[in-house]
Design a protein around this ligand. Structure first.
Ligand SMILES: *Cc1c(COP(=O)(O)O)cnc(C)c1O
Length: 364
């Protein structure tokens, strides 16, 4: 789909009119793993599904377009997208990363550090990142807003500084999605998502995406994905396309709900601090009495106590025992991820029901 259309049009019409043979409006799910060659030495463009699959290609086209990128690759999970992004950097690369990261990213970074593949330095604030960029850095890795402290980083400013040093910039864009943030436009070299979250949006598909505008990086990413094989299945690619169609509406409603919930939380005596950037469906808050957390989690009825985020259903997560349990307590506490913090992923329900549920659990 042409980049000249607006994002809502690209999303609503994701994958349509792709089957010229039948005129099927919706993208067919191509389960075939192999493709017959018309003749010796010829190809339809599809040979084997690990390399390329028509349903997956449709998802990739849409994702590239909404991220303002030339190229996208869809992977089997957000983590495999992260691993794929790093596959293009030579062993020994020095990575400067934002401190407050998705727990799974931190776990993998630690593992590859221990194996001696990459060296990581972490920074808590933008000032610290800028100071670290004075030193020898090959890759700058940004999550913004961060998970779960909701800190924002200026991708454009940091990309300029990183590029001046010859470093590449990788951004995990999962939290805002392409609706609120398109890091390629701000100068990022590689952007990735856990498409499991907002992009697919229904808590029923595990997927990842890596996008880039750089042909040379894309060649390497494509080669490495085809070689290692962590691609998304045809069925899940279809589910992802289906989810993308309503991304913009879901984001709008999640944001509207989140803003109302923040207003409630800010005046609740049971709440010590609210962390919210003003847009998107992710809210973190610190409770006044940490001992009440089990009661709160057990009493909520509309919110589900579960990890993950970005779906139509509202979830509550306790990072200390769930998403961020693999980060040692002293490390977590050192940067403000304390044990009194709860994280909300706000869905598209009626805000009044969500607020009433929080009220009875927090104040009841
Ligand atoms: C969930 C998540 C990931 C990992 O994605 P999976 O699809 O679970 O593998 C990476 N980054 C962020 C910010 C996430 O929220």
């Amino acid at each position: 789909m042409s980049k000249s259309f607006h994002i809502n049009t690209i999303l609503a019409q994701a994958g349509i009119k792709s089957d010229e043979a039948t005129g099927a409006l919706v993208t067919p799910i191509h389960f075939s793993t192999t493709y017959q060659h018309p003749e010796f030495g010829q190809s339809t463009g599809f040979d084997y599904t690990r390399t390329k699959n028509p349903t997956r290609s449709k998802a990739e086209e849409v994702l590239a377009a909404i991220e303002s990128a030339k190229y996208a690759l869809v992977t089997s999970s957000g983590m495999s997208a992260i691993v794929l992004a790093f596959s293009v950097f030579p062993v020994g690369s020095k990575v400067l990363a934002v401190r407050d990261l998705y727990g799974g990213s931190f776990r993998w970074f630690n593992q590859v550090e221990q194996e001696g593949r990459f060296h990581f330095t972490y920074a808590n604030t933008e000032e610290e990142l800028i100071a670290e960029l004075e030193k020898d850095v090959d890759v700058l890795y940004i999550e913004t807003p961060t998970n779960p402290l909701m800190l924002e980083f200026d991708i454009e400013k940091l990309s300029k500084l990183a590029h001046a040093k010859g470093a590449k910039v990788v951004v995990d864009n999962t939290f805002y999605s392409s609706i609120y943030q398109r890091p390629i436009e701000d100068g990022a070299d590689i952007v990735l998502h856990s498409a499991t979250k907002y992009l697919a949006g229904h808590n029923d598909v595990l997927a990842g995406v890596v996008v880039t505008d750089n042909a040379e990086l894309y060649e390497k990413l494509f080669y490495n994905l085809n070689t290692t094989g962590a691609v998304l299945s045809p069925f899940d690619s279809y589910q992802l396309i289906r989810g993308l169609k309503t991304l913009s509406l879901r984001m709008e409603r999640s944001t509207a709900n989140a803003q109302e919930i923040v207003a409630f939380l800010e005046q609740s005596p049971a709440v010590k601090e609210v962390l919210y950037t003003g847009r998107g469906g992710m809210i973190s808050f610190k409770v006044a009495d940490e001992k009440r957390i089990p009661h709160i989690l057990n009493t909520l009825k509309v919110f589900s106590f579960a990890e993950s985020l970005g779906g139509v259903e509202s979830l509550i997560t306790y990072p200390t025992t769930q998403t961020h349990a693999d980060i040692p307590a002293e490390v977590r506490h050192s940067y403000g991820l304390t044990d009194d913090l709860l994280r909300l992923s706000i869905g598209i329900e009626d805000a009044r029901d969500l607020i009433e549920d929080l009220r009875q659990a927090l104040e009841g």
